[in-house]
Design a protein around this ligand. Sequence first.
Ligand SMILES: O=C(O)[C@@H](CO)OP(=O)(O)O
Length: 214
Amino acid sequence: MTNTLVLVRHGESEWNRKNIFTGIRNPDLTDKGLIEAVWAGRVLKAEGLRFDIAFTSKLKRAQHTLDIILGEIGGELPPIVEDAAINERDYGELSGLNKDQARDRWGEEQVLEWRRSFDTPPPGGESLKDTAERVVPYYREHIWPHVAAGKNVLVAAHGNSLRALIMSLEQLSSQEILDRELATAAPQVYRLDELGNVAEYRELVRSEGRDDGI
Ligand SMILES: O=C(O)[C@@H](CO)OP(=O)(O)O
């Protein structure tokens, strides 16, 4: 038996648009982010997927994305669990700063290391490793049991909290996760075996200029 777990990063946020480090700050979606979330809901519906339970963070860009997706899929709403354990990685002192200005101040290499290294936290913030240390135990205790019980589970969260989870699911090395980028609102569809190993993985990606309503 394989069970379905879908991970989706929130749609474009106001701070993604402005190129600002966000972390656990709380901007909402842009108009484009809203449309992306609608697209994600429609494409999941077109796949014939319905969800028995959904998880999201305490941040409104992820919650709003989830609400839109579930609304597009329609039918009875599944229970929704909100937990700070799957919040975005805390960017510490970088939160609220423009990414280009941060590069001017600290240099390209330093900023890239804070953004994409595995275990170097930005000042006052969390590394991807720190993020994994809260996301993965939460997944094992609270999310996986539903998948294991044969339920379809949707998780709407954030670029880095999901990268931390994907690293564990796909058993990627700290080197391999560095290049893994998640597009906004592109559902990552996993079929997991009874041990939680990935039996099948597909990313549903938007192609620009589609005119079929999806
Ligand atoms: O600002 C953030 O919180 C994240 C996600 O958008 O940025 P980065 O791409 O640097 O991980």
